[in-house]
Design a protein around this ligand. Structure first.
Ligand code: PGA
Length: 256
């Protein structure tokens, strides 16, 4: 059975001090109000990784980065490497977020290199895939997602792949308030699981966490998480308030 994960992507929000107080608030609520049945991950801006990893020690919260570079090291001003992330105490990294694909022109081939390096440095990867609105309207979404999955993660070997979780995030649902319906999301999640099963084995597919992301809120999370192939969520806006984020963790725990 796949691990259940609720991950918060804080994007470019929160100064160091604000990040520390949000984490402290979440840590208290996770300890007092949740049953510890799902993995809780927070992904702050990279300058807060070290401090938040320290603050999360001894709790069930894992800390992750939002991106890493596809080279081990070198003359890439402003970038951070997988080994640097790992050295902060963080244990996760998000790769291939649609904002990275769209604004920073990240390609599937580059993302495979990132994924390899992240894994080599002991990080768990949340690899994002998803179609744009026009791709869905042109009925290209299955093809686009298949390509993102095949090039980005199915080129890994089995051992590497065991550190991969996938997040399906339809671009038209991110930050828009529009969510994919639970049936639309389930259809894509089952499609992704099937791709993994055909390439590796059905056991490996069943063990892979496939998260949904895109306007997940406390009031729609339970219905999404009840779908057979949805193993959790990657949460943007609603992860910036401790109470909202905890309610989404509750929704996950209710369906377990
Ligand atoms: P959202 O963002 O929840 O604000 O739609 C999700 C994401 O981009 O990961």
């Amino acid at each position: 059975m796949a691990k259940k994960i609720v991950a918060g992507n804080w994007k470019m929000h929160k100064t160091l001090e604000e990040a520390q107080s949000l984490l402290t608030e979440i840590r208290g609520m996770v300890r007092d109000e949740t049953k510890g049945k799902c993995e809780v991950v927070v992904c702050p801006p990279s300058i807060a990784l070290h401090s938040l990893s320290r603050l999360a020690e001894g709790s069930q919260i894992k800390v992750g980065a939002q991106n890493c570079h596809h080279n081990e090291q070198g003359a890439f001003t402003g970038e951070i490497s997988a080994s640097m992330i790992s050295s902060t105490g963080a244990s996760y990294v998000i790769t291939g977020h649609s904002e990275r694909r769209q604004y920073f022109a990240e390609t599937n081939d580059e993302l495979l290199l990132k994924n390899r390096l992240a894994i080599k440095n002991g990080l768990n990867v949340i690899y994002c895939v998803g179609e744009t609105l026009s791709q869905r309207q042109n009925h290209e979404h299955f093809k686009i997602i298949q390509e993102q999955i095949e090039k980005g993660v199915l080129a890994l070997d089995r051992k590497e792949f065991s550190q991969i979780s996938i997040a399906y995030e339809p671009v038209w649902a991110i930050g828009t308030g529009v969510t994919a319906s639970p049936i639309e999301a389930q259809e894509i999640h089952a499609f992704i699981r099937n791709l993994i099963s055909n390439h590796f084995t059905s056991e490996i597919a069943d063990d892979t966490a496939i998260l949904y992301g895109g306007s997940v809120k406390a009031d729609n999370a339970k219905e999404l998480f009840s779908q057979k192939d949805i193993d959790g969520g990657l949460i943007g806006g609603a992860s910036l308030k401790a109470r909202d984020f905890i309610e989404i963790i509750h929704a996950m725990e209710q369906v377990l």
